[in-house]
Design a protein around this ligand. Structure first.
Ligand code: ADP
Ligand code: MG
Length: 349
């Protein structure tokens, strides 16, 4: 891949850390002490602190055969920032820990960190620490993200109330379809390495899986508009699964409408190509990293001013359960996971 390959061993652990963080600059006023000591020091100036950690494991969460390291670095940061945004908090800092084997060269890690720093710039956050260790079984990435919020203005999963509107940002199902496409191209490539995949026509879904964005823009817009969601979660495992989290933790039920689900045209096309239902992709496909939230009905007019937010349903009593109303007006219970065609499920009513 690279003409020059620098072995990690030639730098040593401390040399490697110095190398990877040599250009690390901080932009947050609250960053009092960054990389280089036993801990970082952050001043949150009277705000409350939100913390979230995520781990990504090679072979489980990513496949380096079709994931460029730069994209992986960016995505690792973005998915953590997404969790902070889903608390309606502003991300400010991350720490990043990596487990790596000598299969990786210094140049490969530079690629990874290029993506990390690009994401730090995009989200205006500081990398203030981490850990570096060897791993005998692939690459492991662990990121802790820190954010700040005006005291008691954070939003949990447990505040949804009957009649609240259910909203979701962006498009759903694209990341899942992008992954299916990359997996298919990988199989074709492994069988015949002379065939190069043409993914140009599929930039939306490939972008959704390889370079997801955290919707900090939605969080900021809601703040600007003075809309305080009653509950919020980011869509990492799929809409159904996340809605069921909100319902369980808010002790409520919900109804969503198939026709309201935001599915990109390219996703519909590819779903047809793969012979899967685009609605199932939207409900159960993960990794979209959109924000799913509930708002009081009174905020309906305000929310419709944003073209990138869809109102997909409303909150009901807990006893009513969680349902999807299909285009043909059938009612189906939402299930947490799996890939069940509607035909496999019991009709709810
Ligand atoms: P310690 O022995 O206290 O754990 P380390 O030698 O592991 O310290 O780390 C030295 C400094 O470099 C610390 O500030 C740590 O947070 C930071 N650091 C270590 N690994 C990474 C990494 N992969 N990315 C960014 N910062 C790192
Ligand atoms: Mg350490």
């Amino acid at each position: 891949m690279n003409e020059n390959r620098t072995e990690i061993g030639s730098l040593g652990e401390f040399g490697l850390i110095d190398h990877l963080t040599r250009n690390n600059e901080t932009v947050q006023a609250g960053t009092l002490l960054s990389i280089g000591d036993d801990g970082a020091v952050i001043d949150h100036f009277g705000k409350q602190t939100v913390i979230s950690t995520d781990m990504l494991v090679e072979g489980v969460h990513f496949d380096l055969m079709y994931t460029p390291l730069k994209h992986l670095g960016y995505k690792s940061v973005a998915v953590n920032v997404s969790d902070i945004a889903a608390m309606m908090a502003t991300p400010t800092h991350i720490t990043l820990s990596i487990g790596i084997s000598n299969r990786f060269s210094v140049e490969a890690l530079d690629e990874f960190y290029t993506g990390v720093y690009a994401a730090c710039e995009q989200y205006n956050i500081d990398l203030v620490g981490g850990d570096t260790t060897s791993s005998s079984s692939g690459m492991i990435i662990s990121i802790t993200a820190i954010g700040e919020v005006t005291p008691d203005q954070f939003v949990t999963r447990s505040g949804a109330r009957k009649h609240d509107l259910i909203c979701v940002s962006g498009y759903l199902g694209g990341a899942y379809l992008g992954l299916q496409l990359l997996e298919r191209e990988k199989r074709i490539f492994l069988e015949n390495p002379s065939i190069q995949p043409d993914l140009q026509q599929r930039s939306h879904i490939v972008g959704r899986i390889l370079k997801p964005e955290a919707r900090t823009d939605i969080m900021e817009w809601l703040n600007e508009q003075g809309i305080k969601p009653t509950s919020m979660i980011d869509v990492s495992d799929g809409l159904s699964s996340e809605l069921l989290h909100i319902c369980r933790q808010s002790r409520c039920g919900c109804v969503i409408h198939e026709e309201k689900l935001p599915v990109h045209d390219e996703s519909r096309e590819v779903a047809m190509e793969f012979g899967v239902d685009p609605t199932m992709c939207a409900l159960n496909g993960g990794e979209d990293y959109e924000l799913l939230f509930t708002i009081p009905q009174a905020d309906y007019d305000k929310i419709t001013a944003h073209e990138g937010i869809s109102v997909i349903g409303y909150i009901t009593e807990e006893e009513e359960g969680a349902h999807l109303i299909t285009r043909s007006n059938n009612k189906h219970a939402l299930v947490a996971q799996g890939w069940n065609a509607f035909g496999d499920q019991k009709n709810a009513n």
